[in-house]
Design a protein around this ligand. Structure first.
Ligand SMILES: [Zn+2]
Length: 216
C-alpha cells in the first residue's frame, strides 16, 4: 500500500481546491495552495494526525495563497514558490524556498517533484507525487488555466500542456486547482481521460490551441 494520503477540499467563492498531502509513516504533510479557510486546512491535518511541514504554491494569484500568513503563523513551515513567479511574497521571506524545474523535496520516503509549467503565470508549477499530479491553474478537468492575464503566455501554456504534462503517464491522477469540470460533478480524473475529453489537450498544434483558448 502506498504511504501517500491526499485530501482534497473545495474552499472559497472561486471553487478553489486546497490539498493536504501526507505520508502515513512519518505523519508529515504538505499543503498545496493554502487559501480561504486556514482553520479548515489545519483541521484536516489534525483529523488525519498529520503535522504540516511545508506549503507549496502552484502560483501566487491571491485565490491560491490568501491563507499563507495565517498558515505560517500557525505552523512556521517552509513555503515553496517558483523563482520566476512575479509575486514573491517578500513579507514571508524567512520561510520561502525558491524552486526551479526539477526541484524536489522528500515527504517521508516519497519524492515530490516540482514541474515548472509556465503559461497561466511565469512561475506556475505542478507537483508530481507518485502517481498523482497537483496541477494548480495549468490544467483543470475539461479546461486549462486562463492565458489572458498580463503575465500570461499562451504559447508557454501550450508547451506546458503538450510537452511537459503530455509526457506523464495516462494513469496519473489529476488533482486540479479549481472545481471547473463541465462533466458530471467529478473532482478528480486522470491525464488519460483528459487527453480524450479536454478540448485543449485535443488540440493538434499551437495554432489550434490559440484558436481554442484565445479565440484567434
Ligand atoms: Zn490563477
Amino acid at each position: 500500500m502506498s504511504n501517500l494520503v491526499v485530501r482534497q477540499k473545495e474552499l472559497g467563492p472561486m471553487d478553489n481546491f486546497v490539498y493536504v498531502v501526507g505520508d502515513r509513516d512519518s505523519r508529515e504533510a504538505l499543503v498545496v495552495d493554502p487559501a480561504w479557510d486556514v482553520p479548515a486546512i489545519l483541521g484536516i491535518a489534525e483529523e488525519m494526525e498529520l503535522k504540516i511541514v511545508g506549503a507549496m504554491l502552484t502560483h501566487t494569484h491571491p485565490d491560491h495563497c490568501n491563507g499563507v500568513a495565517q498558515l505560517l503563523e500557525a505552523t512556521d513551515c517552509k513555503l515553496y514558490v517558483h523563482s520566476e513567479e512575479r509575486g514573491q511574497l517578500p513579507e514571508f521571506k524567512e520561510n520561502i524556498v525558491r524552486t526551479e524545474d526539477g526541484f524536489s523535496i522528500e515527504l517521508g520516503k516519497m519524492e515530490v517533484k516540482f514541474l515548472h509549467t509556465p503559461g497561466h503565470t511565469p512561475g506556475s508549477q505542478c507537483f508530481y507525487i507518485q502517481d498523482k499530479l497537483v496541477s494548480g491553474d495549468t490544467l483543470f478537468i475539461d479546461h486549462c488555466g486562463r492565458c489572458d492575464f498580463p503575465e500570461s503566455d499562451p504559447g508557454k501554456m501550450w508547451q506546458s500542456l503538450h510537452d511537459i504534462l503530455g509526457k506523464l503517464p495516462g494513469d496519473t491522477t489529476l488533482l486540479p486547482g479549481h472545481n471547473y469540470a463541465d462533466r458530471a460533478p467529478i473532482t478528480q480524473t486522470t491525464l488519460g481521460e483528459e487527453r480524450q475529453h479536454n478540448k485543449y489537450l485535443l488540440c493538434q498544434d499551437l495554432e489550434q490551441f490559440l484558436e481554442a483558448r484565445m479565440g484567434r
